[in-house]
Design a protein around this ligand. Sequence first.
Ligand SMILES: CC(C)(COP(=O)(O)OP(=O)(O)OC[C@H]1O[C@@H](n2cnc3c(N)ncnc32)[C@H](O)[C@@H]1OP(=O)(O)O)[C@@H](O)C(=O)NCCC(=O)NCCS
Length: 205
Amino acid sequence: MPDPSPPEIWTAGRITEADFLDACALHHAAFPKPGRTLDQVIAKKRPVWMDTAPSPDTAAADPPPVRYVVRDPGPDGTLRCIANAAGLVRTVQTPAGLMTVAGLFDVATHPDARGRGLGAVVVRRVFDAVDDGTYPFCLFATGAARPFYEKLGAAVVTNRIVNSHADADPQANPFTDDYVMRYPADTAGRTPWPEGLIDLRGPGF
Ligand SMILES: CC(C)(COP(=O)(O)OP(=O)(O)OC[C@H]1O[C@@H](n2cnc3c(N)ncnc32)[C@H](O)[C@@H]1OP(=O)(O)O)[C@@H](O)C(=O)NCCC(=O)NCCS
């Protein structure tokens, strides 16, 4: 299998409708959920990627989310998204002070394209902003894919996590997946990972 071309970079608010729908189709294929329709995926993702009014939950200066996308011709020869990962920026409150981190979300490889290293390629694009020192950590949540991220150098964190901006329950964990992880696992010679409560100051991602 030849190396894939470098991922395309799509910025929220500057994505064509066709590309947005293509990414939603990948998400729908990669995360099958009984009873969920593609239209429901589209409705959930549209506010984040297309109707990008600034949210009161994120600092005005935060850059918009970015999506790293690998495309390939599908069975009918049309280019389609086969792998993607998204990155955002979030300033969280820790006992050691405010910390601006990268956030990772929407990681998916199409079931037909798994095991070719594409998931690693797109996730590393988000981790690059940590490797180059832009952010001290990347924070994210996952479930069954935990070993995939551990291979990429991430580790589970055990801090209690809340979202003080949540109307419903500001003490609840805003992440819904089983594990919250950080990259890098190895902090030797780097910013230490803070102990104690982390306030995400916005919704989980
Ligand atoms: C998790 C996922 C993105 C992996 O994508 P992929 O393109 O198949 O992964 P890669 O081929 O880049 O794998 C990179 C490495 O991780 C390993 N790996 C991939 N998925 C793994 C898993 N579930 N458990 C353990 N190892 C895994 C691969 O074997 C490979 O190891 P190697 O470097 O030693 O060869 C893909 O399985 C997927 O879309 N799953 C469903 C959606 C999902 O769970 N997304 C993550 C949500 S947080």
